[in-house]
Write a protein that binds this ligand. Structure first.
Ligand SMILES: C[S@@+](CC[C@H](N)C(=O)[O-])C[C@H]1O[C@@H](n2cnc3c(N)ncnc32)[C@H](O)[C@@H]1O
Ligand code: SF4
Length: 277
């Protein structure tokens, strides 16, 4: 592993996962969306397929251990299933998705990924349709529960991400009962509170992100490199650059140096409680 990255990871200052925002386009319009993604977003901020795969190849060479791909909705990109197979053959990969686009044709394209180290992380916020759909859209609960079953039937690994305004332990327990019933174990379920960036900031939702709340993990978008995946947010159509470390995503060695320089200013891991992941 790249020496500086290895030191930062050892000291708990940074993670060894490389994040990529493939597109800011989305078919949904969630009320709290970090990236103000929606079907008619003016600037989709897309990475090309070549850039995405290249970034992961360079990441592997530098010693990154895993990859996260997010958006927007990555399955809005026609080429994404093929790129995901390429990326997942390089490094263990998690693809974050709203879970609403898994029709039979897409599932057939994804079937070969069952033999690769790839997980599909679907968003599901509550065990009750009304509570989930309030911020994610009418009919979303039904679509996501259906997609979890279909993905698993095709031998694909499913994780669940839950985003909540307030932690309600009873409501979370009901959701855990549901995901276990659907075959998703506890270690594949993450829960986070809404971060007050992007559309959540406009709507007055969620918690302010403290300077050390999120573990630094190099995050690439079409607009550069950022300190962690909660960095490249959009408010009123404008990208937030307060957590940007480089204006160009590649070459990765360059973004990594800028990232490590930013990380060096932050306290080491043992002194820090990471409240958001
Ligand atoms: C931005 S979405 C992109 C992937 C996909 N479209 C989805 O919704 O799962 C990635 C994750 O961030 C969560 N998220 C969106 N806005 C957020 C916010 N303001 N604070 C915390 N998490 C948020 C989503 O619920 C989702 O689990
Ligand atoms: S949270 Fe995900 S699904 Fe919802 S609008 Fe944002 S990108 Fe789309």
């Amino acid at each position: 592993m790249h020496e500086g990255l290895a030191r930062a990871v050892d000291e708990g200052r940074a993670g060894d996962r490389l994040w990529l925002y493939a597109t800011y386009h989305c078919n949904l319009t969630c009320t709290y969306c970090l990236t103000e993604s929606h079907p008619r977003i003016a600037d989709r901020r897309e990475l090309s397929r070549d850039t995405l795969v290249d970034a992961v190849a360079q990441g592997r060479a530098l010693g990154f251990r895993s990859v996260g791909i997010t958006g927007g909705e990555v399955f809005m990109l026609r080429w994404f299933p093929d790129a995901l197979a390429e990326v997942a053959s390089l490094l263990p990969t998690v693809a974050l998705t709203n879970g609403t686009l898994f029709g039979q044709r897409l599932l057939d394209r994804l079937a070969p990924l069952a033999s690769l180290d790839v997980a599909f992380q679907l968003s599901l916020d509550a065990a009750e349709p009304e509570a989930n759909d309030a911020l994610r859209g009418q009919g979303n609960f039904r679509d996501v529960v259906d997609a979890i079953g279909r993905l698993r039937k095709h031998g694909l690994r499913v994780r669940i991400a839950t985003t909540v305004e307030h932690r309600d332990e009873d409501a979370l327990e009901r959701l855990c009962v549901l995901h276990r019933e659907l075959g998703v174990p506890d270690e594949d379920h993450v829960v986070r509170t809404i971060v007050r960036r992007g559309k959540a900031a406009v709507e007055g939702l969620g918690v302010e992100l403290g300077p050390h709340d999120a573990l630094p993990e190099l995050t690439l978008t079409a607009e550069g490199a950022f300190l962690h995946p909660f960095g490249p947010t959009v408010r009123h159509g404008v990208t937030d650059v307060d957590l940007r470390v480089a204006a160009e995503p590649l070459p990765l060695a360059g973004s990594l140096e800028a990232f490590l320089a930013a990380v060096a200013q932050l306290p080491a891991g043992d002194d820090v409680v990471r409240n958001v992941r």
